[in-house]
Ligand binder design. Structure first.
Ligand code: CTP
Ligand code: CA
Length: 218
């Protein structure tokens, strides 16, 4: 079985020396890659800029920078993958134009610089439209309010079979932490888990996906 994973942030260039990014470290995605490899999967890990590396021989790491690059790399693998897991923190917007030269500080007395942004491709939603009956798609949702309603909305809109909900309200969960507290949201059930190290969270997610795949085959 093959799994396609996206992980990390994306960097959207403003000019040759600047970008728009976010605080994602890629920890959850890389821990998932490891857990899937240990469970016997062939893993393609499409990762935005991250300091992390992979060791397991069953993990192929494809490094990208932008949402557009992440989309192209993921789309190339998606048809052959049985499971898709979208753990990346994809920038929702990018600068509409990328300046060819470094943008110089204004010296005309005006202190405001306006940067125009345009929506990025929604990788999970785009690929979700191509999902076949035997494929299983998992998304992440990081929410600060009305968590369950937002997660259920994403489940429907992006054709996910499962959403891993992270609540930013839980201390020690989310970006820049080694622990996470998740709730698995599916069409017919909601399963909360305790706060755990990300490696254990990854194993919980892989176990839940395997259980659903087995139920599907049975
Ligand atoms: N996602 C994606 N491509 C994007 C944006 C999001 O593949 N351009 C994926 C994420 O990897 C995640 C899921 O969609 O698995 C939900 O991401 P999230 O940012 O929570 O949802 P959005 O639809 O972008 O909504 P919002 O940021 O407004 O909550
Ligand atoms: Ca988003």
């Amino acid at each position: 079985m093959r799994v396609l994973l996206t992980a990390g942030p994306t960097y959207e260039p403003i000019d040759p020396v600047r970008f728009i990014g976010n605080h994602s470290t890629g920890k959850m995605g890389y821990a998932l890659a490891e857990a899937f490899a240990e469970a016997g999967f062939s893993v393609t890990l499409v990762s935005g800029p991250s300091a992390l590396t992979v060791a397991h021989p069953s993990i192929e790491l494809v490094r990208v920078q932008t949402a557009e690059e992440m989309f192209r790399a993921a789309a190339a693998v998606a048809p052959e993958a049985h499971v898709w897991v979208f753990a990346a923190a994809v920038a929702d917007y990018r600068p509409r134009t990328v300046a060819a030269e470094k943008i110089k500080k204004r010296d005309d007395g005006e202190d405001v610089l306006v940067l125009e942004l345009i929506k990025n491709v929604d990788i999970a939603a785009m690929l979700g439209q191509t999902k076949r009956a035997e494929q299983f798609s998992v998304g992440f949702a990081l929410e600060t309010h009305e968590e369950l309603a937002h997660a259920q909305g994403k489940l429907r809109r992006k054709n996910f079979d499962m959403v891993v909900l992270n609540s930013l309200r839980d201390a020690g969960a989310g970006f820049r932490h080694d622990t996470n507290k998740i709730t698995l949201v599916e069409a017919d059930r909601v399963t909360p888990f305790d706060l755990k190290p990300k490696a254990d969270v990854a194993r919980d997610i892989v176990s839940a996906i395997l259980a659903r795949l087995n139920a599907h085959v049975a």
